[in-house]
Design a protein. Structure first.
Length: 279
């Protein structure tokens, strides 16, 4: 977030001018974060539980799921429900944390055959994808008829405090501001993205996680531990001014004497074909 063969074999290569994110950097950041992601497992699990709990609102019966970028927390939640799980991640090191069948795969060029799964769960894992509609289409193709997609991704408003503080601090120090926090989707656009990708009954709503830190620098350490450091293609590759992060963190709002950060997650649900009818 802090600046975030098979089905794709026949697809045209994306025009580099349309690429917002550096996918090689995304993979490097996730490889680097694999040994440390356990430090943020509680936050990732909270987000995943909120998403997986949506299964309780459906009448579908799911037996085989694809976990996209679950970082070791989604697959166990699904297995606890008696669902067989295959995990995939852009990072070979990260996907190895999931246990069970796992594939190192690019979300933009998925290797799975049509109708391989009856459930896809992508918890906070699609926000570094350049062609999100294309990735959603590929995930729909991987679903069986009456299969369900559950996805969450950071929405507009996520890390708004940090984005504003960094921009203000850098402008004061250098007279300009480089992009340092990923752009996020507007919640209003998320259901439209699902509809555009061919899902039935597309729904998007929001889950908000409020994080409080006694040590402001712990926020930056957590983003790094999760593999969420800056992967914008047009990121500034120069070493930032020494005073930038201390100045920005000092300007963050506080609650109960702690620095506050907001994760505003767009939760997206859609069906491949018609939703199953109640028994």
């Amino acid at each position: 977030m802090l600046g975030n063969a098979g089905a794709g074999a026949h697809m045209a290569v994306m025009d580099p001018a349309m690429e917002v994110f550096d996918r090689r950097a995304v993979r490097r950041h996730r490889d680097r974060a694999a040994p440390t992601v356990g430090r943020v497992a509680d936050v990732l699990r909270d987000a995943a539980e909120r998403l997986v709990d949506r299964l309780d609102d459906t009448t579908g019966r799911f037996t085989r799921a694809l976990d996209v970028g679950g970082r070791g927390v989604v697959a166990p939640l699904l297995r606890a429900r008696g669902i067989d799980v295959v995990s995939c991640d852009l990072s070979p090191a990260m996907v190895a944390l999931n246990g069970g069948p796992a594939v190192a795969a690019d979300e933009e060029f998925l290797p799975f055959a049509r109708a391989s799964f009856d459930l896809v769960v992508a918890s906070v894992s699609l926000h570094w994808v350049n062609d999100l509609p294309g990735a959603l289409i590929q995930l729909r193709h991987a679903l069986r008829p009456e299969g369900l997609l559950l996805a969450s991704l950071p929405a507009l408003g996520t890390l708004a405090e940090l984005r504003h503080a960094l921009a203000e601090a850098e402008a004061a120090l250098t007279g300009g501001a480089a992009p340092r926090v990923s752009p996020f989707a507007d919640l209003r656009d998320c259901a439209a993205l699902l509809q555009r990708a061919g899902y039935a009954l597309p729904v998007a709503d929001v889950e908000e996680l409020r994080l409080l830190y006694a040590d402001p620098f712990a926020l930056l350490r957590d983003l790094r531990a999760a593999g969420e450091t800056n992967a914008l293609r047009e990121r500034d590759r120069r070493v930032p001014p020494r005073a930038l992060f201390p100045a920005a963190l000092a300007a963050l709002p506080t609650e109960q004497g702690r620095v506050a950060a907001t994760l505003r997650l767009a939760v997206m649900t859609g069906w491949a074909g018609e939703a199953p009818r109640p028994d």
